[in-house]
Design a protein around this ligand. Sequence first.
Ligand code: SF4
Length: 65
Amino acid sequence: MRVDVDRDLCESNAVCVGIAPDIFELDDEDLAVVTVDEIPADREADVRQAVQLCPKIALTLREDG
Ligand code: SF4
């Protein structure tokens, strides 16, 4: 599983970073970036929660790999 950030939607509130700081961080522009390629299986639950709780619906899961 992978996760993408739509940087046009992200508003830099760091909700995702708070939920999964090992997966998301804010870059120099204060926009979220994903710091891993493939989400580790034991981190998928938190990533799914981040996707659900992102206030801007800026995160998208890619289950295909
Ligand atoms: S939770 Fe959503 S809007 Fe907030 S920083 Fe993460 S991707 Fe951006």
